[in-house]
Design a protein around this ligand. Sequence first.
Ligand code: 5GP
Ligand code: ZN
Length: 152
Amino acid sequence: MNENPDCIFCRIVAGEIPSFKLLEDDRVLSFMDINPANEGHCLVIPKAHAPNLFESDDGSLAAAAAACRRVADAVRRTLDPPGISLMQANGPAAGQSVFHFHFHVIPRRADDDLLFNWEPRPGDLDAIGRLAERIRASLRQEPAPQKTMRLE
Ligand code: 5GP
Ligand code: ZN
């Protein structure tokens, strides 16, 4: 099923464009970003096409947010970065370049000078593919989900 043939992420969901997949279920797909802002940069998208946050449905948003937590935790256990940012852009002024709602999961260092909006540079596909395998292994070993969440 390809919801929107003009959308690159719908084509990835449909398997028409290859990707380094990390996690997939009925509602969401996560895969490596091929122009990583930092090593381990990956994306989480709802499968249902919506151009941005405002047009996404609640179920897709909830599923994507839960998948972000799982993927971010697997990235943390794989690379042990000092920090991880979730980023989500709406509109070209916010740096959105693919108009299918998505979250970025980006490992961070205090001195990485990462600016939101960064200049995309092609990554090393062999290295990205190897890292995808390591993060998938971490997903397979994930601990039991947290039962409670404290905000303080
Ligand atoms: P945005 O700029 O919309 O917030 O993020 C879109 C992201 O999708 C960018 O980080 C870009 O590198 C990534 N991207 C664009 N095309 C492809 C692709 O064909 N495959 C993958 N894996 N990532 C892509
Ligand atoms: Zn789409």
